[in-house]
Design a protein around this ligand. Sequence first.
Ligand SMILES: *[C@@H]1O[C@H](CO)[C@@H](O)[C@H](O)[C@H]1NC(C)=O
Ligand SMILES: *[C@@H]1O[C@H](CO)[C@@H](O)[C@H](O)[C@H]1NC(C)=O
Ligand SMILES: *[C@@H]1O[C@H](CO)[C@@H](O)[C@H](O)[C@H]1NC(C)=O
Ligand SMILES: *[C@@H]1O[C@H](CO)[C@@H](O)[C@H](O)[C@H]1NC(C)=O
Ligand SMILES: *[C@@H]1O[C@H](CO)[C@@H](O)[C@H](O)[C@H]1NC(C)=O
Ligand SMILES: *[C@@H]1O[C@H](CO)[C@@H](O)[C@H](O)[C@H]1NC(C)=O
Ligand SMILES: *[C@@H]1O[C@H](CO)[C@@H](O)[C@H](O)[C@H]1NC(C)=O
Length: 760
Amino acid sequence: MNITSVNHPSMPRYSFPVYCFLLFLITGGRLLGVNGEKKDFYIVFLSDQSANQESKTSTHIGILSALKGSEFDAKESHVYSYTKSFNAFAAKLTESEARELSGMDGVQSVIMNRYRKLHTTRSWDFIGLPQTARRKRFESNIIVGVMDTGVTPQSDSFNDDGFGPPPAKWKGSCRHFANFSGCNNKLIGAKYFKLDGIPDPNDILSPVDTDGHGTHTSSTAAGNLVRDAELFGLAKGTARGAVPSARVAMYKVCWASSGCSDMDLLAGFDAAIHDGVDVISISIGGLTGSYTNDTISVASFHAMNNGILTVASAGNDGPSFGSVANHAPWLLTVAASGIDRGFQSKVVLGNGNIVTGIGINGFEPKQKFYPITSGNDVAINTESKESAGFCIEETLDPSKVKGKLVQCKLGTWGSDSVIKGLGGIGAIIESEMFLDTAQIFMAPATMVNTTTGESISKYIHSTRSPSAVIYKSEEVNVSAPFIATFSSRGPNPGTKHVLKPDIAAPGVDILASYTPLQTLTGLKGDTQYSKFTIMSGTSMACPHVAGTAAYVKSFHPNWSPAAIKSAIMTSARPMSKRVNHEAEFAYGAGQLNPRRAVNPGLIYDMDNMSYVQFLCHEGYDGPSIASLIGSKSKINCASLLPPLVSEDAINYPSMQLTLKNDKAISTGIFRRTVTNVGRAKCTYNAIIRAPKGVNVTVEPTTLSFSHTLQRRSFKVMVNAESNASRKLLVSGSLIWRSFRHVVRSPIVVFNPQELGVDVE
Ligand SMILES: *[C@@H]1O[C@H](CO)[C@@H](O)[C@H](O)[C@H]1NC(C)=O
Ligand SMILES: *[C@@H]1O[C@H](CO)[C@@H](O)[C@H](O)[C@H]1NC(C)=O
Ligand SMILES: *[C@@H]1O[C@H](CO)[C@@H](O)[C@H](O)[C@H]1NC(C)=O
Ligand SMILES: *[C@@H]1O[C@H](CO)[C@@H](O)[C@H](O)[C@H]1NC(C)=O
Ligand SMILES: *[C@@H]1O[C@H](CO)[C@@H](O)[C@H](O)[C@H]1NC(C)=O
Ligand SMILES: *[C@@H]1O[C@H](CO)[C@@H](O)[C@H](O)[C@H]1NC(C)=O
Ligand SMILES: *[C@@H]1O[C@H](CO)[C@@H](O)[C@H](O)[C@H]1NC(C)=O
C-alpha cells in the first residue's frame, strides 16, 4: 500500500489510526510458527462455489489436513470459513505452505491477507436532492449495507419511528453486544468481523462504533431526518441521508488497532450478500492489486453477480495522478467535491490587521489579545529550530510556549493539540495545501495560506510584544463545486481502457452523525464531544453515491448494478475543466445529480459475462478470471473476444482512448449498446463535443426506439493526433439527446507520455 499519506496528511482524522496500523504490521501482524518460520494470514479461494454450507467447511478442514498432515494442525491453522456467498477460508500459513496450497486440487487462488485504511445538512440540497424530492413507498424495502468502523445505534439518524418491520427478503441479524444496545426497524443489521484475533484495548468486540467514521458514512447514505443538527452552531439544518426511509445494515470490518483487513472485509461481503442488502457502500481503500487478487475487487464482483452494486471511495491520495484506488470496472468509484459552504476564522493581529484562516474552531476568545510567537523562535535548542517550526512536541520549549498562540508550519496534524499540551493557547497553522478542507481543532486554531503566514511572521518579528486573537469559526459561501485537493486522481492504474474515478459527490466539510465514544478530533487532550461532526474525505463522498444508488433502486427495483451505475454517470452534471485542471481524472462523469439519475432515458447495461469478456481483452487468462468469479467451469477467452477488436470491449458509460506513443495518429473504436428505459417511442440524436486535434464520429447518429427495453448499438470512432496537445488529457463528450433526456458520456484522450509513463 501507499504509505506516503501517513506523513502526508491527506485525511486529517485518520493520521493517527493509520499510524497505529502501520506499527501493527511491523510488530504484531506477523506470527511466528513453532519452528520459527514466519506465518501470515492467507485467504484461500476454492473452485467449487456450488457446494452447500456444511460441506464447504468440512472441505476446508480436509484441504488443510492434507496440507498439514493432521486434522489437529489443520484446525489450529484454520481461522474462518466463508461459506454463504463464497467458498473460501482464511488460515495461518507459512509462505511455503501457501505456495503448496495454491497447487492443490480444488484450490482456485491463495492471497495474503493485507490491511487497508479508511479512506449534512447542506450537501443534498446543493446537489439537487431536496427534502421534498419525489419518493417511492418502495424506498422502505431498500437496504443499504455499509462496510465500516461500526455504528452508533442510539443516534437520532437511526431512529425508527414510523418504520415497519424489515422487508421480507432480509436474512440478516443483529444482537445485543458489548456497548451495543441492538438494532431496530431502521438499523436492521449490525455485525462485526475481527478474524486476526489480536486483542487491543481500543477495540470493543461489538458492532459499536468507537471511531465515528462508520456512524458518519452510514447516516450520510441512509440516515433518517434529524432536525437542528449542527456543530458549534455551524452547518445548522436538517441532517439526512439520500434515502431516509431505507434500512441500514452495518458490517464492522475496521478496527482502531489494525485498520481494515482483507479477511474481515471478505467476511463482511460474505454476510452482506447473503443477508440481502441492495447496495454496498465501502469507504475503504489503499490497495490496488490485479482485479483477480484484490479482495475488494473479488468480493464486489461476487456482489455484482448477486445483483448488488458496490460503491467505493476513490481514495485520499490526491492530487497526484494515478492515485485512484478501487478502480475495478464493476465498482462505482467516487471522487470528493466541495460544496458552496466553507468555515473560516477571523484572526486579528495586535497591529489591527485582520486575516482569515480555514477550519472549525469552536472557541470564543476569553481575552482581547494573546501573546503570539513563531515555532522557530521557541525551539528547545538551536539544533531543533527547524523542527520547532513545524511544532513537533519534543522540539519546543514549554516555558516559552505557555500562555501563547504559536505559529506553526503544517507538518503532522494536531499542532493545536501539541501547543495546548505544552500549556499554550492555540496555533496558527501555515500550509500550502488542504486549504479547501476544514479540519476541527481542539484548541483555538486556524489554518492560513503561506502568503498570510508570511505576513503574520513579519508582524511577529516587527514588534517587541506581538499579539493576536483567533475568533470562533463562521460559515462562509465559497464558489463550488470543485474537486478537493485530497481526492485521488486518475488515470486508472489498473487498465488504460476504463476512466476512473467514475463520478464526483460532496466530500468536503460534511455534517453527519458521530459517536459518543470518540472526541471530535481524536487528538490527545481533546474533551469535545458531539452528536454530529464535520468530516472530509472520499469516505464522505462515497455514501452520497451509495445512497443515490439506493434512491434509484427504489424507483427501479429490477435494474442491474451496471444499469444503476450508468444512470448515475450519464445524468451527472458536467464540471469545470477550468476549475479542475485534471478534468475527468478528477471528477469522472461529473457531479452527482440524484433526481436526474432516476430517469436517465438510456442505460449502458452489462452482465457478468461482459466483465469476463473485458478481462479477457485486458490479457487476464481463463484460470485467473475463474478465480474471480469462482466458477468451476473453464473460461475460454479465445471464444469470448469480440470478432472485431474494439478499443475496450466493455459497454462502459464513459470512453477513454490512450495514445500510442509511436503513432502520429491514434485511433479508437468504441462499440456501445444502449437500452431504452424511457418512453416506448423516442428518438435520440448524437451531439459530439470533440477537443482540438481530436476527431470523433458516431455511427449511426440517430437512434430510434419503438418500445421500452429495446436495445440499439452504435460505434464511436476517435482519431487523435498524438501531438494534438502537450496535455495529459484532453476531453470531449458524446451526448444522446431526445426531447426529454440528455445522456452524456465523457470521451477522454489520455497522453501517457505527459505522465512520463509508458503504456505498452
Ligand atoms: C496480485 O497480482 C499481481 C499481478 O499478478 C501481483 O504482482 C501481486 O503480487 C498479487 N498480489 C497478491 C496479494 O497476491
Ligand atoms: C463498554 O461496556 C463495559 C461494560 O458494560 C463498560 O465497562 C465500558 O466502560 C464500556 N465502554 C465504553 C467505551 O463505553
Ligand atoms: C491567502 O489567503 C488570503 C486570506 O484568505 C487570501 O486573500 C489570499 O488570496 C490567499 N492567497 C493565496 C495565494 O491563495
Ligand atoms: C450565502 O449564500 C446564501 C444563499 O445563497 C445567502 O442567503 C447568504 O446571504 C450568503 N451569505 C454571504 C455571507 O454571502
Ligand atoms: C452470471 O450471473 C448469473 C445470474 O445472473 C449466474 O447464473 C451465472 O452463473 C453468472 N456467471 C458467472 C460466470 O459468474
Ligand atoms: C502533428 O503531426 C502531424 C503529422 O504528423 C503534423 O501534420 C502536424 O503539423 C503536427 N501538429 C503539431 C501541433 O505539431
Ligand atoms: C480530422 O478531420 C480533419 C478534416 O477531415 C482532417 O483534416 C484531420 O486530419 C483529422 N484529424 C485526425 C486526427 O484524424
